[in-house]
Design a protein around this ligand. Structure first.
Ligand code: FES
Length: 125
């Protein structure tokens, strides 16, 4: 039911952990299942230099968090804001329909982290 890409990112997730002096962080919960995901970003000159995640959730949530960190790494924050749950699912070569909601978490947590970064930047100015 899962693609090899999903299994790979589930068994060997990339960028797990946190960033103590993160430029932004975002936590979202999935009301359907109660799973939780936090994404931390380190930003320099509006480019995501480092990104890590912590996910308490299902295998698909772990695979999508891992994939979203790979998609966002090295991107300008405005470009990274445009990453959708479909981009994440496509990069994983598909998710079973009942698991599509899990990819919401990854895209939403990334957006929340970027918005947190932007808010902090605005406060500095
Ligand atoms: Fe909760 Fe997948 S079942 S995020």
């Amino acid at each position: 039911m899962y693609t090899d890409k999903v299994m790979d990112h589930f068994s060997n997730p990339r960028n797990v952990g946190d960033i103590p002096d993160a430029s932004g962080e975002g936590t979202v919960g999935n009301p359907t299942c109660g799973d939780l995901m936090t994404i931390y970003i380190k930003v320099k000159d509006d480019v995501i230099e480092d990104i890590k995640f912590k996910t308490f959730g299902c295998g698909a949530a772990i695979a999508t968090s891992s994939m979203v960190t790979e998609l966002a790494m090295g991107k300008n924050v405005d470009e990274a804001l445009k990453i959708t749950r479909n981009d994440v699912a496509d990069a994983l070569e598909g998710l079973p329909p009942v698991k599509m909601h899990c990819s919401n978490l990854a895209a939403d947590a990334l957006q929340a982290a970027i918005e947190d970064y932007k808010k902090k930047q605005a406060e500095k100015e």
